[in-house]
Ligand binder design. Structure first.
Ligand SMILES: [Zn+2]
Length: 130
């Protein structure tokens, strides 16, 4: 009989050690997964910002091309007038902005857009963040 009781004690001890080891393993794994998720989220945010930046750059380039075309066609219509002020050039200027609730309102054209933008997607105005 005492032999059986000793066996029970050892069995219970082994079981609790096994549970403890499993518990520590599970916590470590959860922690590692959380770190991985954090890293991936950060990567996605970086990529997102890059894509938004690239898109705005493309937009500005497109605006420039469209403006050049408009200027050329209007020059062709009205004949050669070198003294005419170039309005398209004046629009692509710089302006100080204050992002509010992750949004920016372009001070030049009044377009509401995400504060991640460095350039207005509507008028091409450069944002200087305060
Ligand atoms: Zn604008």
């Amino acid at each position: 009989m005492p032999g059986f009781i000793i066996f029970l004690y050892i069995a219970a001890g082994a079981l609790s050690i096994a549970l403890l080891v499993w518990f520590i393993y599970a916590i470590t794994k959860i922690q590692r997964n959380t770190e991985m998720i954090d890293n991936n989220t950060q990567k996605l945010e970086d990529q997102n910002a890059t894509i938004i930046f690239l898109l705005s750059s493309i937009n500005v380039e497109l605006k420039k091309i469209t403006n050049t075309k408009e200027t050329t066609s209007s020059e062709e219509k009205s004949g050669t007038n070198d003294n005419q002020p170039n309005n398209e050039e004046a629009i692509s200027e710089e302006a100080k902005v204050k992002p509010r609730n992750d949004r920016i309102v372009c001070p030049v054209c009044g377009t509401d857009q995400p504060s991640l933008r460095n350039v207005c997607f509507n008028c091409g105005c450069k944002f200087i963040k305060e």
